[in-house]
Design a protein around this ligand. Structure first.
Ligand code: IMP
Length: 190
């Protein structure tokens, strides 16, 4: 286990089993409809790449990137597009793929935005759901695991862009995220 972690919540094997379950359920729902899976960069990349191989039907995938809301805009839920999908989603069956749903603000913004473009259906598949922190009423259609209110890293999830490539998901030691290693500043994100 990485030295900055308190404990491992999900091993690589447990994650793989969860992804397989989700893949089978998605394949059953979308058989014959050529769905478009949209991964939210960068966190969902690792999950999406495993998930699409577990969904054993023809599909397409694309990516979007949004700015994370800073301290100032957190309560307003303002999120901005940094990168949009490269195609029309009108009339498509769209599955938005997230790493984790926390406050729900990012997802709410994305769903409202994507809905205006006339997809035939629009659903959400997240690997992790942290319902205790929710600020808006949003429930993912597909969820791998419900997680407690702790700061998680690995399998795409980061802190300051680190730990994304850990093959498992673990709980970051609070002393790592409370005080940043370079200038000793207090981080307020979490
Ligand atoms: P929301 O708008 O608060 O739901 O934000 C979701 C985003 O916050 C995720 O896509 C992650 O990038 C980030 N996030 C939320 N919780 C965690 C965590 O425990 N570890 C790492 N990133 C997290």
């Amino acid at each position: 286990m990485h030295q900055d972690l308190e404990e491992i919540l999900f091993s690589a094997e447990e994650i793989a089993a969860g992804v397989k379950r989700l893949g089978a359920a998605l394949a059953a729902e979308y058989r014959g409809s050529d769905p478009l899976f949209i991964g939210v960069l960068k966190g969902a990349v690792v999950f999406l790449s495993d998930l699409i191989r577990a969904v054993e039907i023809p599909l397409h995938y694309d990516f979007i990137a949004v700015s994370s809301y800073g301290k100032a805009t957190k309560s307003s839920g303002q999120v901005q597009f940094l990168k949009d999908v490269g195609q029309s989603i009108e009339g498509r069956d769209v599955v938005l793929v997230e790493d984790i749903v926390d406050t729900g603000l990012t997802l709410k913004y994305l769903l409202e935005n994507l809905r205006t473009r006339g997809p035939r259906t629009l659903k959400v598949c997240t690997l992790l759901d942290k319902p205790e922190r929710r600020q808006v009423e949003i429930k993912p259609d597909y969820n791998g695991f419900v997680v407690p209110d702790r700061f998680l890293v690995g399998y795409g999830l980061d802190f300051a862009d680190r730990y994304r490539n850990l093959p498992y998901i673990g709980v970051l030691k609070p002393e790592i995220y409370r005080v940043s290693s370079n200038h000793g500043k207090i981080r307020t994100k979490y």
